[in-house]
Design a protein around this ligand. Structure first.
Ligand SMILES: [Zn+2]
Length: 94
């Protein structure tokens, strides 16, 4: 009976190790694909909302072109606040 339990334990342990190795290998191949293809981080850049100071991803932000730069806001409301304040010196560096 004890031997049987030991076998079960051993098999379970082996399964866990195999799973770990497989996921590790998958992770490596994914990382290699990532370096070959476009770097994903570029599309996930975080921009700081100058109004409330929240960091927001570019693709989900509310951009506002001002002069040569683009500002990114977390919400329509923040963008409105910024534009309403004229040059935008409302920003509290909080
Ligand atoms: Zn905001």
């Amino acid at each position: 009976m004890l031997r049987f339990l030991l076998w079960v334990l051993l098999l379970y342990w082996l399964l866990v190790i195999v799973r770990r190795v497989v996921s590790w290998m998958l992770g490596i191949t994914r990382a290699q694909d990532g370096t070959g293809a476009k770097p994903r981080e570029a599309s996930r850049r975080l921009q700081r909302d100058p109004v409330c100071g929240v960091h927001v991803a570019e693709e989900i932000s509310f951009p506002l072109r001002e002069g040569g730069t683009t500002l990114y806001f977390c919400s329509e409301e923040c963008r409105r606040k910024y534009t309403a304040s004229g040059t935008g010196n409302v920003s509290k560096e909080a």
